[in-house]
Design a protein around this ligand. Sequence first.
Ligand SMILES: *Cc1c(COP(=O)(O)O)cnc(C)c1O
Length: 409
Amino acid sequence: MLEKNVDFAVYAKTTPNKEGFFGTYGGAFIPPQLVDEFKRIDIAYQAICKSSKFINELRRIRKEFQGRPTPVGHCERLSNSIGNCQIYLKREDLNHTGAHKLNHCMGEGLLAKHLGKKKIIAETGAGQHGVALATAAAYFGLECDIYMGEVDIIKQAPNVSRMKLLGARVIPVSHGLKTLKEAVDAAFEAYMGEFEDAIYCIGSVVGPHPFPMMVRDFQAIVGVEARQQFFDMTGELPDAIVACVGGGSNAIGIMSAFLNDSVELYGVEPLGIGTKIGEHAASLTYGSEGVMHGFNSIMLKDEKGEPAPVYSIASGLDYPSVGPEHAYLHDLGRVKYMTASDDETIEAFSILSKLEGIIPALESAHAVAYAMKLAKKMGTGSILVNLSGRGDKDLDYVIDNYGDRLGIK
Ligand SMILES: *Cc1c(COP(=O)(O)O)cnc(C)c1O
């Protein structure tokens, strides 16, 4: 049964429970031969996250290598164009490599080192997670194998070059549809054969326990910084926080610092081009409970109950499930989950560029799109948006597909 009287003052210390459950969501549904290894990872993480040596090393890396803290900035022209409600951005686009993903990849790399691993393994779809992880591997001197569907390798050529330049091996996956799903299977299969020397690094707050917890904790720096920065700037906390939700790592990163405050929290899912299966990737909005990729959450299913095909203009958001903590916070009603369509996203992408001089990632533009709607509705007050990444990676795609509409072709 759902516990409605959650005490958010102690939430971070009590959630998830020891088995990795957020209410009924989460857990670790993994092959028996991996159970001991995942326990070892959990125990190692529990030890080092309390160790001042580990914490100080991560702090040093964040400052010297990643360029943290990233700033919070006020969008004066954007706010004025809408009305009186003031919109602010947490600038994760200014994090090294241009997005929030490096926050958890550096944590996972440091953990891999601590566990004595020689290699990190992952899959990538659009290549963003692959590039962030290859960056961490180069920094820590670890080998890095990235599994990628052959179709994606062709589509995302610049990211493939980046990964190779950073010293990673990009391993093509040539069966099935040759995209992300097959890459996940191939990466996991490879990992099963070499888990003594390697660790599988997950790219969001998804997967079996302890990954949703670890990735959340590594991303929590975003909220810790933003809460203090916003308070220093304005003398109070924002009225609302808005973040886009794919797996949910940037969203939980900023939200975790505000769970115990009277601040409204909004996650924004991609509505794509419609509400039918295959037209969107709004897992919490249209999904139902189920297990995939080793954890229980709310997922989008086809008629057979298998993971449904998903679509979003932002390739970082097109995942048919969502982090188990978001499913829990959704049921608790603490976070509200909204949607933004491709069209609304393109408009926000263009407006933020023109009015603020910031080209957002298409993922982040979903959050901006909803924040603009919310600002109109609220009329007054303040909204802090997590700008999870920069949009350079999306420029060619936007110009090819929407250049005429935006008058830039
Ligand atoms: C990958 C990505 C996302 C989506 O991942 P979450 O785990 O939901 O945060 C969002 N924004 C950017 C810029 C990304 O690269």
